[in-house]
Design a protein. Sequence first.
Length: 287
Amino acid sequence: PTCTTSPKPFPVLEELINLNKTLSAHDHVTSVTRTALDRPIYVLDNLFKPDLLESLRHHLYLYSHYFYDDSDEGGETDNVQWISGHHTVEFVQSELWAIVNATLNQITGHEGWYPYDVSCNLNRAWDHTRIHKDCYYKDEYTFLIYLNPEIGPGDLGGTVYYEQEDLKTIVSSVQNKYGRVALFHCEIQHAGRPPHAYITNARYSFAIKVARSKLEAVQREMHQIAVSIMDFQDEDEEEEATRWIEKYTRDNGYDADIMEAKFKELMDQSLAGRLEELEQSLIHAGK
């Protein structure tokens, strides 16, 4: 789903840092489970310092702009209806990304990961989430951080992972714990569990979806946004979006940096236009 973007940039570092030599991600791995197709699910604890988690929570509380998504898409969505999206170009300048990136490099053995979808998901006790995949036919990962200090393992709100061809078989059930990370291959079937009925607060999770290179990530981000908000005339919008992105990539010399900057400007203009339309409709409704 397309998300509105934060009205305030994500907190950034004055100087980018490389933690590959100082962070030992494997020391934080508490469990590893694999599906029958050998796709991994890693659980990591105590990866982030408390002040960084609190800083993230504070930023999301103040500046998240939640978008209500009731799209169905043939049952292929996670059915998470409240989502706040954040610009990847700003997120990659943050301390949080420095830790996420170093963790991905060490755990997967591959360098070059880049985010294409950064969002905060909100689930309430009465919501009904669906089993789904985060991607199809791609070697990508999702980095999920649980952000509720008041929710523990006995309060539900975790994530359940299933076998590809047998949704009756649970591969792993990751319990919700503040600051815990679930890092998993994007093609694993899974569903976020709402918190227990006695939990009055919503369940918050911060999801970072990454591709194997910046160029792939920019193309993925463009594709998912283009299908949602651009006025494609072809009946098969997925194919038309793909053709448009391929041409856009060629026209910009396969330069991910140029593409990212131009597309962010395009999305900012699109969002500004949508907000202006909303403002005008509210003014008209008030007359």
